[in-house]
Design a protein around this ligand. Structure first.
Ligand code: F6P
Length: 324
């Protein structure tokens, strides 16, 4: 293998740049020519493919976002789009790919590999931490820290005004960000898709708090919770609770996707980028590089996208004991 390309796709995540840097510098170390594909699969289809050298990835390890830009490509979901992408890769002499992204990225990568057999290794880059085959995904740690910082600030004003705040965090259908930011922010209640909690359960928790003279409370709501998004949950609580309450709702939104990556994410991204590159050189294909129990492993794309990554019962148990 002489020429490879790296791209980022799907929702961006802090640490993607550190991962790109690791792929590029690792590739140069092994004597490869490394190309970058701009805007993920859309750039592959259009042939937006540029050569990268050591300088191209200087001064980016500390930057959020992705220098290669990102997109969710509808065209790549069609056979015609994928054929165009294949033709462009062939025209540029690309023999292997490193795909940095999440579920959607690897779903596309698996279909593409099955159709055209261009060896592809993934690096998990998403704030959601929802990929089977790695303990943590690139960007998750930073997103949790951003959410905790926001929760701490909201706690100040909640306390001054004796209010209940419902704070919505991202995660698509995973509750990881909610659980870890909620525990770290001392939330009274945390709603996640992985665990059923009724409106009555939350009302009971809040009322128990009042009885113990708590004047403010924080409820962290994962965007994918089955009771609905934070505004909807807050409405249901207002209608159900039979004591006077002052409620506010905050949706943290895309602030969770930006910012300088934490040291943890920079290291994780560097390990996974180099791991993906070295896997590719060692003949791995159609797999995602991940770190489980501090060991680098490769998991078939198929498993990363079809198997559910569970939240340990220990964390869930802790929430109910400590959030009193
Ligand atoms: O997958 C990352 C993520 O931020 C999810 O947590 C969220 O549901 C989604 O992307 C938002 O996507 P978009 O930026 O396209 O609105």
């Amino acid at each position: 293998m002489k020429r490879i390309a790296v791209f980022t796709s799907g929702g961006d995540a802090p640490g993607m740049n550190a991962c790109i840097r690791a792929v590029v510098r690792g590739g140069l170390h092994y004597g490869l020519e490394v190309f970058g594909i701009i805007r993920g699969y859309n750039g592959m289809i259009k042939g937006d493919i540029i050569p990268l050298n050591s300088q191209s990835v200087s001064n980016i390890i500390q930057r959020g976002g992705t220098i290669l830009k990102s997109a969710r490509s509808k065209e790549f979901m069609t056979p015609e789009g994928r054929k165009k992408a294949y033709d462009q890769l062939k025209a540029h002499g690309i023999e292997g790919l490193v795909a940095i992204g999440g579920n959607g990225t690897f779903t596309g990568a698996e279909i593409f590999y099955n159709e055209f057999q261009i060896p592809t290794v993934g690096a998990p880059g998403t704030i959601d931490n929802d990929l089977y085959g790695t303990d943590y995904t690139i960007g998750y740690d930073t997103a949790v820290n951003t959410a905790v910082d926001a929760i701490d600030k909201i706690r100040d004003t909640a306390d001054s005004h004796d209010r209940i705040f419902f704070i919505e965090v991202m995660g698509r259908d995973s509750g990881y960000i909610a659980v870890q930011s909620g525990i770290s922010g001392g939330a009274e209640s945390i709603l996640i898709p992985e665990e059923r909690q009724t409106i009555d359960d939350i009302v009971l928790t809040l009322k128990n708090g009042f009885e113990r003279k708590k004047s403010s409370s924080i409820v962290v709501v994962a965007e994918g919770d089955e009771e609905g998004q934070a505004a909807e949950v807050a409405d249901k609580i207002k209608k159900t609770i039979d004591v006077p309450v002052d409620i506010r709702v905050t949706n943290l939104g895309h602030i969770q996707r930006g910012g300088a990556p934490s040291a943890y994410d920079r290291i994780l991204a560097s390990r996974l980028g180099l791991g993906a590159l070295e896997g590719l050189l060692n003949g791995e294909k159609n797999v995602m590089a991940g770190i489980v129990n501090d060991q680098l492993i490769y998991t078939p794309f198929h498993d990363t996208i079809t198997k559910k990554k569970l939240i340990t019962n220990d964390l869930i148990r802790m929430v109910s004991i400590l959030g009193r």
